[in-house]
Design a protein. Structure first.
Length: 635
């Protein structure tokens, strides 16, 4: 058993985050935590990590259980390199790799320092003994997959998004028995999320994660822990199975509540007939009535359908013609032309840094294009939900903040919802409406900011990563709202489910800054992309010179699917570690060459050794490429 939790409780002021949580975690279990923002999902993970103290209850881990935790706002040493931060750790191997990277960095400043050269050689030998070069190779692979290519870059030179991805890499690389991830998909593009999903799905380590990506939960999670109004519920299965099981639970609770109400009505009639607590049996019956009456029920009868009345859009909504945008010599948007239609549902897709937010800012009229024109119709009223909240006066109550925009909202059927009623539908109960904004969680503030924008009754809605920091229930409400929204919506999102659920077309960034349009959502676009790649492979194969036709038996043997022999499989399993070890040896020799630049005899020997190691490395890389190709064919 990796982890056992018994009667775990945590409060925040007067608010109960979670109460009497009980569950256990075994090897390989992957638990997704879900719940409305403010229910304590991040706090729950921090309590397990030992960062936040619990109020009561017990957390028991197995002997020598190692825990790795992804901090949402991890702070790095500004002068440290990427690899130095990745290899921070208390375990002997991590310590050796960290000291090795530290010594390498120091030797670049002092190449003649003999003590440093000796230290590098000693550390290299220690890493050999610990079979540590494979971990270095794995670290570089993970960093590359997360879009960090310069391993020697200092962390102070990384962008905010790169630092978030470096934090994720450090959590993934640390050898551990339990991995704790808080919103790991934030700041990742769709392609990287798909890679991380597959990586975690194959990972044998136990995992507890908070994420609002429904495809991600469906693929990775084997259990779901739901936190709801202080209560906790554990479900076996992925996200889809959780929805089915939760619905069954709610139906049982609804039936139980109906029975409770019927019992109370019957008992109340008996009491009103003048029943006296004369006998022991009668006293027990009255006591039972009081107990049932005071039972707390937790059934939500609220509806989330909100069809908002919007001001009528004229013939012209937004027209973009030959729009270009460049920064210095880099093209961000290239020759983009599109006429937004009244009920468009458009998703904008692309890697991090491709320019998706820039395009939204151009569409919103907040950023002028380098060339081309953007025409916004006179009847257009834009609501723009940006990635970061606008500054809020945190002394205000949420209801006061919303009423600064409007006191009520007119629905499509002509009825009016007060600010308070709309807040109820967006998961702000009465008590939370009057809680100072300063006391709200980050996710609750995002939900409040979204509600303020919707309260302004826009007829064109721009959403920049709306699923970041919003819980699953709020996202469901937002999706329902969009279904009933009588206007155009353009959004940027990395959430594949959200894109599939809402988009009727997507624009996908190409490498040169142009955008290609696809009908449908994310899955349709990926299907088309895969078909085109397969067609290109076939075309490439057909254009290659035809080989001599072999006799039937020989041809049949040649066309048979390749597979690794026992010897090749063993070689494939070990080759990456050998490559990393050889690279380490090569680095040491090259440093020694710098140190012995004036000793021609020694330098000659080292040059020969460098040549030998380089040739060995080249051979290993060729073998790895050959074996990797066979493995891909097998798959």
């Amino acid at each position: 058993m990796i982890l056992t939790i018994e009667n775990l409780c945590k409060t925040y002021g007067e608010k109960v985050l979670f109460n009497n949580v009980n569950f256990s975690l075994s090897d390989g279990d992957k638990v997704g935590i879900v719940g409305v923002n403010g229910t304590g999902k991040s706090t729950f993970i921090k309590v397990i990590a030992g960062i936040v103290p619990k109020d009561s209850g017990t957390i028991t881990t197995g002997k020598n259980t190692k825990i790795s935790y992804l901090e949402q706002d991890k702070v790095f040493e500004p002068e440290h390199t990427v690899l130095m931060e990745v290899f921070k750790g208390t375990q002997p191997l991590m310590r050796a790799l960290y000291d090795y990277e530290l010594a390498l960095q120091a030797s670049q400043k002092n190449p003649q320092d003999i003590d440093l050269q000796k230290k590098i050689i000693t550390l290299s030998s220690k890493i050999d003994e610990l079979n540590g070069w494979q971990l270095e190779s794995d670290a570089k692979t993970i960093l590359t997959k997360l879009g960090i290519m310069d391993f020697s870059a200092k962390t102070k030179t990384l962008s905010g998004g790169q630092q978030k991805r470096l934090a994720l890499a450090t959590a993934l690389i640390q050898p551990c028995d339990l991995l704790l991830l808080d919103e790991p998909t934030n700041h990742l593009d769709s392609e990287t999320i798909a890679w991380l999903e597959e990586y975690l799905r194959k990972l044998k380590t136990a995992l507890i994660m908070v994420t609002h990506d429904r495809y991600f939960l469906d693929s990775v999670a084997t259990k779901i822990l739901e936190l709801d109004k202080g209560n906790s519920y554990i479900y076996t299965g992925n996200y889809t199975q959780f929805l089915e099981l939760k619905n069954q639970r709610l139906e049982r609770e609804e039936a139980s509540e109906q029975k409770r109400q019927n019992f109370l009505r019957n008992e109340l009639k008996w009491i009103r007939r003048g029943a006296q607590a004369r006998s022991t049996k009668q006293r027990a019956r009255i006591q039972r009535f009081e107990e049932v009456k005071n039972q707390k029920v937790n059934i939500d009868h609220s509806k989330i359908e909100i069809g908002m009345a919007t001001s009528r859009l004229g013939r012209t909504v937004i027209e973009l013609e030959n729009v270009n945008y460049a920064v210095d010599d880099k093209t961000i948007v290239k020759d983009f032309t599109y006429t937004v239609l009244r009920n468009d549902r458009i998703g904008i897709l692309g890697p991090n840094g491709s320019g998706k937010t820039t395009l939204l800012n151009i569409i919103a009229g907040k950023l002028a294009p380098t060339s081309g024109t953007v025409t916004i119709g006179q009847t257009v009223k834009i609501g723009y939900f940006t990635q970061k909240n606008i500054a809020m006066d945190e002394r205000l109550r949420p209801i006061e903040y919303i009423k600064e925009e409007a006191n009520y909202l007119t629905l499509a059927d002509g009825t009016k919802l007060s600010a308070s009623q709309l807040m109820e539908r967006f998961l702000f109960p009465g008590t939370l409406q009057w809680t100072p904004i300063a006391k709200l969680s980050g996710g609750e503030k995002r939900r409040l900011y979204l509600l303020r924008i919707l309260m302004s009754a826009p007829n064109v809605l721009l959403l920049d990563e709306p699923t970041n920091d919003l819980d699953l229930e709020t996202m469901s409400i937002l999706e329902e709202f969009i279904d009933n929204f009588n206007g155009a919506i353009i959004f940027v999102s990395h959430d594949r489910f959200f894109i599939d659920r809402l988009a009727d077309k997507v624009f996908v960034y190409q490498k040169d800054g142009s955008l290609r349009q696809y009908p449908g959502g994310y899955s349709y676009y990926k299907g088309i992309e895969e078909q085109e790649q397969q067609a290109l492979q076939v075309q490439t194969q057909q254009s290659m010179p035809k080989k001599e036709v072999k006799p039937a038996k020989t041809r049949e043997k040649a066309n048979a699917p390749k597979k690794l022999s026992f010897k090749e499989q063993r070689e494939y399993d070990e080759i990456e570690a050998i490559i990393a070890e050889t690279e380490g040896e090569l680095k040491v020799v090259q440093l020694q060459m710098t140190q012995n630049a004036s000793d021609y005899g020694k330098l000659n020997e080292l040059t020969k050794e460098e040549t030998r190691l380089q040739e060995k490395l080249d051979y290993l890389m060729e073998r790895w490429a050959y074996l990797e190709e066979i493995v891909e064919q097998m798959q």
